[in-house]
Design a protein around this ligand. Structure first.
Ligand code: A3P
Length: 288
């Protein structure tokens, strides 16, 4: 199917029409946040599902039921997806946990008034590209990636779901309410998951014993989390997501771009990155 058939342009970016019909986008526009809501914000393929595992475990003090009862998309639902409308989120007890792929400037009015906490997860865009390249191939609601060089052009020019990685990251990094936002990277989580969990617990004002932090981190390492059928997308029908081609929890490593990008593509990526990110002061966990 073509881009026009599969995607809707919403506030200037492509969103998959199947997941985000007009009524669900309207629902999000009118959504009323609470100050103690927790939002996991990401550009797709940056570690959303990982955070959908960590946050409920932290909030529940390490209770396994917090990630074994509901699938990740209902446990920490995307507010822009149509399922959000049927989950009765207004009745959920605090603290509610949500996900979003929205850019900062796409967030609804209530977000800016209420200022709920946000955990913004970032990942080296070359690995985001690599993960996306495999994912776009298995998800029936996305435009097939096509030849790698074409997909790279689309990615670098923001012609991908949720638009430009560069704009997404720059937008969230220049948010006004920084004291309510925790910035963390996929790479930091790979390097030291225990420390990352401890920092997340601190940000969420949930004091946890070292032993509980260790248990949460152990549960959330790739090979263990992959066994959780409530988090590995095994419940999604094959016609929607064909995991026989590539699994959703695919490799879970840093630097897989080296197995995909040619030398020329990597150089081009670096040049675009340097140009688009030249004014950004944030010290990322990756080198370019
Ligand atoms: P790869 O395709 O590189 O393996 P998102 O949830 O935002 O769509 O991101 C998906 C990416 O995060 C996939 O990357 C997936 O494997 C990775 N991921 C999910 N859980 C992980 C974990 N516990 N540890 C490391 N990587 C994880």
């Amino acid at each position: 199917m073509t881009e026009a058939e599969l995607y809707t342009v919403y506030k200037g970016v492509y969103v998959p029409s199947h997941l985000h019909p007009p009524h669900s986008l309207r629902y999000y526009e009118e959504f009323a946040f609470r100050p103690d809501d927790i939002i996991v914000a990401t550009y797709p393929k940056s570690g959303t599902t990982w955070m959908q595992e960590i946050v409920p475990l932290v909030v529940s003090g390490g209770d396994p039921a917090s990630v074994e009862t509901l699938p990740n998309w209902d446990r920490v639902p995307w507010l822009e997806e149509q399922r959000a409308c049927i989950l009765n989120l207004e009745q959920r007890p605090s603290p509610r946990m949500f996900s979003t792929h929205f850019h900062y400037n796409m967030m609804p009015a209530s977000f800016f008034e209420v200022k709920p906490k946000v955990i913004y997860v970032m990942r080296n865009p070359k690995d985001v590209f690599t993960s996306s390249y495999h994912y776009y191939d298995i998800a029936s609601f996305l435009v097939k990636p096509g030849p790698q060089s074409e997909f790279l052009d689309k990615f670098l020019n923001g012609k991908a779901m949720f638009g430009s990685w560069f704009d997404h990251v720059k937008g969230w990094l220049s948010a006004d309410n920084k004291e309510r936002i925790m910035y963390i990277s996929y790479e930091e989580m790979i390097t030291d998951l225990k420390d990352s969990v401890a920092r997340i617990a601190q940000f969420l004002e949930k004091p946890l014993d070292a032993e509980v932090i260790e248990k949460i981190a152990d549960r959330c390492v790739f090979k263990n989390m992959k066994k959780n059928n409530m988090s590995n997308y095994s419940a999604v029908p094959r016609e929607f997501m064909d995991q026989t081609k590539s699994e959703f929890l695919r490799k879970g490593i840093v630097g897989d771009w080296k197995n995909l990008l040619t030398e020329a593509e990597a150089e081009h990526f670096d040049a675009v990155y340097k140009d688009k990110m030249k004014d950004v002061k944030y010290k990322f966990a990756w080198d370019f």
